[in-house]
Design a protein around this ligand. Structure first.
Ligand code: NAG
Ligand code: NAG
Ligand code: NAG
Ligand code: NAG
Ligand code: NAG
Ligand code: NAG
Length: 624
């Protein structure tokens, strides 16, 4: 009873303590894990800073069991933790196997190694693994590819059987935390649709304290799956915390009255949000599972005609082309096409010499051309990929070719991305990333899976078409060439074709042709998609080099602010600035002057698919 008068004082002190600590103890990694090839240590990408009261301490990791890491022994080997300790803290026997996807608490000794806290383990590369796969999929985010690359000598030297050092993300309490009674930090692996408040509640710790421990705040509390969140603990964690379903039980320790009502409102709101996120995720995956199937590469058994026809005179080839079409595609009669397009009426006109027609109750795009179509037909006859426009048939009539393509109902990308376009059409950040990934996937297919490999040579926004669901298809392969195309080996005999602004310097200067030409143009295309501007207007009078414009932004200490001025105004304020910087860094590497130092499209595909994943989880977290 005599304690009663002190309670308000106690609460007051707590509040003061809480709000005085604006500075966080460690910074949350955010979307940093996506940017695998990029170095640097923004947001503790390489580890938590060595700023604690002690240089080493007892710390805890969490791990979700996987089919091959499912027992006490296997997990203790993977994470170099003591098996007896794992067994004890999870209340199991040392010989036990866990069910798959169970959360396991793993005690480790955490200590400073140079600048960062870490606990050391090691790992042997298997076939076809990358630093990203090891960091994200095997270690589930307990380490990052940046940390792996910085702590292993010759990181690029990757071969099966190589053993690499793996620093795991742990941390020790700072002075400020120790003063508040925090004795341990647990590196919690965030799952889909978990929030800081749900995780805090699970461990019975104060929500604000957790935010602070990770330099997060009420307005900036977004966290992402496959990252670590530090949970500040007063006592050792126990296995009941890994079992407890997040929403069902109130926190064991009762926080002071005043704030608890606020916390509870938050918990309820966040609970509802989490529930909705789960629903959205379920719906998304249900739909996505279907669309994913379509993306798988399907290479038709070669129905195509004489694969290496290289004649240049269209008339000489005519009969071969027509017989080729008969095998691969439908040969339309001119009457059929007239019927389909209402006699090529203006109401069916799309643009240029392209008309919309209705064939077998389906829309089709019909392009009339007087040029040599043999190359395009030859390539398209060998291709069946959802990110490359499909040719369904052709017709030859009075010296003109009519090519019949699948119809992309949302038209060309160029109608959607430029800020000043009159219709006010615009695409969200995630849609743009999906389109970028689709285009890269289509190009990757041309570069690697056609035989012989092909180069598009005219990648630009008007040659990318969008279907009903805003999935992109690479179109207009009329300039495409096979890598072995002999004419390109002799620059002098060939004239420069392509679109200004999109053409790589080595092609303009020396006529050199390689797949890196498409990489350059792709970089320019993505730059236009981010800025909403055509490449010509991105360059200013005093800065006529794209690469310099980008270095100017990326070099800034606070590049996020600088980037904001650069971005498509339609995207503001709603875009993930951190991811956007990574994308700009990718663009920067695509438009390097030296073709050899540009990434290949395959690398771009894997970077963009991670970016898209993170964009989706970012979108889920901000939209609701
Ligand atoms: C600890 O708290 C003090 C103020 O209470 C603050 O100035 C200091 O930056 C904090 N330290 C850390 C590491 O956050
Ligand atoms: C730091 O080390 C001292 C001495 O080993 C120990 O008494 C103290 O509990 C440690 N503090 C923390 C936060 O681990
Ligand atoms: C952690 O440190 C303690 C005490 O120094 C030691 O007994 C234990 O074996 C260490 N655990 C591991 C996994 O190295
Ligand atoms: C675990 O297995 C070993 C050998 O299979 C056995 O000797 C040991 O008693 C077992 N331990 C427990 C706790 O079951
Ligand atoms: C962990 O490894 C780093 C270098 O990889 C080393 O500096 C550090 O001393 C190691 N820590 C322990 C506890 O062995
Ligand atoms: C990271 O790993 C998880 C678990 O294996 C996987 O579901 C997720 O897609 C991976 N993230 C990326 C960006 O590949």
């Amino acid at each position: 009873m005599h304690l009663f008068p002190f309670i308000p004082l106690f609460v007051f002190t707590l509040l003061i303590l809480r709000f005085s600590l604006v500075l966080g103890q460690q910074s949350y990694i955010g979307l940093g894990t996506v940017a695998c090839p990029l170095k640097g240590n923004k947001n503790s990408m390489r580890g938590y800073t060595c700023n604690g009261a002690n240089r080493s301490c007892q710390a805890y990791l969490t791990f979700r069991t996987q089919p091959i890491y499912n027992s006490v022994t296997k997990i203790s080997t993977l994470l170099s933790s003591d098996p007896f300790e794992i067994a004890k803290i999870n209340s199991v026997s040392i010989n036990d196997t866990f069910e798959v996807n169970k959360f396991v608490i793993v005690p480790v000794n955490c200590s400073c190694a140079g600048e960062y806290y870490q606990t050391n383990t090691s790992y042997v590369f298997h076939n076809a693994e990358t630093y990203f796969l090891i960091a994200n999929n095997t270690f589930e985010g307990l380490t990052t590819c940046q940390a792996l690359q910085s702590q292993n000598r010759n990181p690029a030297d990757v071969y099966p059987g190589r053993r690499i050092a793996v620093p795991l993300r742990c941390s020790c309490p700072t002075m400020n935390q120790t003063e508040k009674g925090i004795r341990y930090l647990l590196s919690y692996l965030v799952k889909w649709s978990e929030s800081v408040s749900l995780i805090s509640e699970k461990f019975g710790v104060n929500f604000m304290t957790t935010l602070e421990a990770n330099s997060l705040s009420l307005t900036k509390a977004t966290i992402y799956p496959f990252t670590t969140l530090l949970v500040p603990l007063h006592d050792k964690p126990s296995n009941s915390q890994t079992l407890m379903p997040a929403q069902s039980t109130p926190p064991p320790s009762s926080p002071p009255k005043q704030s608890s009502s606020k916390t509870w409102v938050y918990v309820v709101v966040v609970g509802v949000i989490a529930l909705i996120s789960v629903l959205v995720a379920v719906i998304y995956f249900a739909c996505h599972a279907k669309t994913k199937k379509k993306d798988d590469l399907v290479i038709l058994s070669s129905k195509s005609f004489g694969a290496t026809e290289k004649g240049n005179d269209p008339n000489e080839n005519l009969s071969k082309i027509i017989s080729g079409i008969a095998q691969s595609f439908h040969v339309y009669s001119f009457e059929e096409l007239q019927h389909a397009t209402d006699g090529f009426s203006p109401s069916c006109w799309i643009k240029g010499s392209v008309y919309r027609g209705v064939i077998n109750d389906d829309f089709a795009a019909i392009k009339k051309t007087g040029g040599d179509v043999s190359k395009e037909i030859e390539i398209l006859s060998k291709i069946n990929h959802s990110n490359v426009i499909r040719l369904s048939g052709a017709c030859f009539h009075e010296g003109h070719w009519y090519l019949v393509y699948e119809y992309a109902s949302n038209g060309a990308l160029s109608e959607w991305i430029y800020f000043n376009n009159v219709d006010g059409k615009f695409l969200s950040w995630t849609q743009r990333m999906q389109i970028a990934l689709d285009v890269a996937t289509g190009l990757d297919y041309l570069h690697r899976f056609t035989s012989p490999p092909h180069i598009h040579k005219d990648v630009k926004s008007s040659n990318i078409l969008l279907d009903t669901g805003f999935r992109a298809k690479v179109a207009n392969l009329s300039l495409a060439r096979s890598v072995e195309g002999e004419e390109d080996q002799f620059p002098a005999t060939r004239h420069i074709v392509g679109t200004r602004g999109y053409m790589a310097p080595e092609y303009l200067e020396n006529g050199l042709v390689s797949t890196k030409l498409d990489v350059y143009a792709f970089g320019v295309l993505i730059l236009e998609m981010l800025t909403g501007k055509e490449v010509a207007s991105i360059l200013t009078e005093d800065n006529t080099d794209l690469s310099n414009v980008l270095s100017g932004i990326l070099g800034e200490e606070n590049c996020y602010e600088k980037l904001k001025e650069f971005m498509d105004p339609y995207l503001l304020p709603n875009y993930p600035s951190e991811l956007a910087t990574f994308v700009v860094e990718m663009i920067h590497s695509c438009i390097k002057k030296d073709p050899a130092s540009r990434p290949n499209v395959h690398e771009i595909v894997s970077f963009l698919s991670r970016t898209l994943d993170s964009s989706l989880s970012w979108e889920r977290s901000v939209n609701i």
